[in-house]
Design a binder for this molecule. Sequence first.
Ligand SMILES: Cc1cc2nc3c(=O)[nH]c(=O)nc-3n(C[C@H](O)[C@H](O)[C@H](O)COP(=O)(O)O)c2cc1C
Length: 174
Amino acid sequence: METLKAIEVRKSTRGFKPDPISEESLDIILKAANEAPVGMSAFDSIRLTVLRDAALIAKISDAATTGSAREGQDIYYGASTVIIVSSKEQPVPELTFANAGCIVTTCLLAATDIGIDNVYIFGCVAGFRNDPSLLAEVGIPEGFTPISSVALGYATEGAAVVPKAKRQIGINRR
Ligand SMILES: Cc1cc2nc3c(=O)[nH]c(=O)nc-3n(C[C@H](O)[C@H](O)[C@H](O)COP(=O)(O)O)c2cc1C
């Protein structure tokens, strides 16, 4: 698939089958993540944590939604694989979010390119904030904070037909 085609057809999937993606597909996506731009080349300030354990993924979701209006909903929509993007504190704090955005987007496009459905999930941040014991449980190293995540898998029939959201980004030109 051409890069521009992957950009065009990528869309958020909000319903996944339980089927796992292959290790080979996961490796392609992780390799792509490693090629993402990172501010000031601070690659060692980023950590990716791959979760393939449904019970562990569900714990993050529960911690994110308990006591909120989304209680009982799965923030990962049943995805079988999740990549958590964590960051060390940066001299310029906004860099953590900017870097995570680059890494997640690179993963989403790589996944789209190889036919793996995907969605950007920021909601995990609330889960780790509400239950910091999850940091150790999922293996996020000391000093790293979860910033964003990627959900990967195969869309359920209903999710597959949801059209891509209408584009409405304003553009100024001079
Ligand atoms: C920074 C960021 C955080 C997001 N977090 C979530 C999330 O927690 N849950 C979710 O369902 N979608 C999340 N999304 C997906 C957006 O809702 C989605 O990209 C947007 O609606 C446009 O739809 P599209 O991805 O199908 O083009 C996030 C997207 C971005 C860029």
